[in-house]
Design a protein around this ligand. Structure first.
Ligand SMILES: Nc1ncnc2c1ncn2[C@@H]1O[C@H](COP(=O)(O)OP(=O)(O)OP(=O)(O)O)[C@@H](O)[C@H]1O
Ligand SMILES: [Mg+2]
Length: 282
C-alpha cells in the first residue's frame, strides 16, 4: 500500500508550449515508518511531485497509486478519502487558509470528513495545541497573523484530519530558528510515536540530515538519487546534485583537512559535539 509512482510525468500547459515539470518518476513509499526528504534546486519539480500524492495534480502520463487506489479514483467521494489519508501542507499556506476564524479553518478538514461539529472542534483544538496556536488566536482571522503563524494554522488544519501520511512542502520556511526546531520536533514526534510516514520538502540540509532517513533528489524534473541519507552525502556525484552539505559534515570535512581529525559522519550538532569530545580525549 502506501504511495507508488510508475513512470509519472506531468506537463503544465502553456499557451504555446507545455512545460515538463516532472519526468518518468518511479517511487515506492511505505505508509508506515518512513521519513523522507525531497530536495533539489528551485524549479526542480518538488512541489509538482508531491501534489500528485493526494490528487491535486493528475499525471499527464504514467500512474499514481495511493493506498491501493489508482488516481483519479472512479468514484468522486474516494478523492476525499485519499485527501484525508494523505495530508498535504502546501508550500504557500495562505492558499490553504480561507475561513473567517482560525479555529473554523482548522475544523474545516475534520468537518469535511464526516465528523460532527463537536468532534471537529475537539480534533481542531488538539491540533492547534500540538502546533502551539494559542487559544487567544482561535477567533482571529487567519489572514491577520504572521506568515509563521499561518504556517502553523495550515499544519494544524492537516493534523486535525489525522492523516496516515503527512506531506509537508517547506513547512519551516519563514520561521525563526526556534520555530523551525519546534515544528520539526512536532513532526519527528508524530513520526516516532505513531510510526507515521513523513514526506518533507526542504532546502535546509541541516534539517534534512538531522531528521530524514531517506532522501530523494530531484534535478530538472527527474529523480537523480533516492536512498539513505548516509549514502547521499558520501555520493561520488554529490556535487552534480547542486546541494549544500549539512553544516556538521562541512565542519567535520574541514577539521579533517586542517586538524587531521578523522572524518566520521555525524548528522546533527549533539552527535558532532560528542564525537569531537571523544576525539579530544583520545
Ligand atoms: N502553475 C504552473 N504553470 C506553469 N509552470 C509551472 C507551474 N507551477 C510550476 N511550474 C513550473 O514547473 C517547474 C517545477 O515547479 P515546482 O513548483 O514543482 O518546483 P519546486 O522544486 O517546488 O521549486 P521551489 O523549490 O522553488 O519550490 C518550474 O520550472 C516551474 O516554473
Ligand atoms: Mg516548491
Amino acid at each position: 500500500m502506501g504511495i507508488q509512482f510508475k513512470e509519472v510525468s506531468y506537463a503544465y500547459r502553456g499557451l504555446k508550449v507545455n512545460y515538463d515539470a516532472i519526468k518518468h518518476i518511479n517511487l515506492d513509499i511505505s505508509e508506515k515508518g518512513e521519513f523522507i526528504a525531497i530536495v533539489g534546486q528551485t524549479g526542480s519539480g518538488k512541489s509538482t511531485l508531491v501534489q500528485h500524492m493526494n490528487a491535486l495534480l493528475l499525471p499527464t502520463s504514467g500512474n499514481v497509486y495511493v493506498f491501493g487506489q489508482t488516481l483519479p479514483p472512479k468514484k468522486k467521494e474516494k478523492i476525499n478519502y485519499l485527501r484525508q489519508k494523505v495530508g498535504l501542507v502546501f508550500q504557500f499556506p495562505e492558499y490553504q487558509l480561507f475561513e473567517e476564524t482560525i479555529l473554523k479553518d482548522i475544523m474545516f478538514g475534520p468537518k469535511n470528513f464526516k465528523n460532527t461539529e463537536e468532534e471537529a472542534m475537539i480534533k481542531a483544538k488538539k491540533a492547534a495545541q500540538i502546533v502551539g496556536i494559542d487559544e487567544s488566536l482561535y477567533q482571529q482571522s487567519p489572514f491577520r497573523i504572521s506568515g509563521g503563524q499561518m504556517r502553523r494554522v495550515a499544519v494544524a488544519g492537516i493534523l486535525a484530519m489525522e492523516p496516515e501520511i503527512l506531506v509537508l512542502d517547506e513547512p519551516t520556511r519563514g520561521l525563526d530558528p526556534k520555530g523551525r526546531k519546534d515544528l520539526m520536533e512536532i513532526f519527528n514526534d508524530i513520526h516516532h510515536q505513531q510510526n507515521k510516514t513523513i514526506i518533507l520538502i526542504s532546502h535546509d540540509m541541516d534539517l534534512v540530515s538531522e531528521y530524514a532517513k531517506r532522501v530523494i533528489v530531484l534535478k530538472d524534473g527527474k529523480i537523480v538519487f533516492d536512498g539513505p541519507k548516509e549514502e547521499l552525502f558520501e555520493h561520488p556525484n554529490f556535487e552534480t546534485f547542486h546541494l549544500e552539505l549539512p553544516t556538521s559534515l562541512k565542519i567535520l570535512k574541514h577539521l579533517e583537512k586542517v586538524a587531521h581529525i578523522p572524518y566520521a559522519p555525524k548528522y546533527d550538532f549533539p552527535s558532532l559535539l560528542s564525537y569531537l569530545k571523544e576525539v579530544a580525549h583520545e
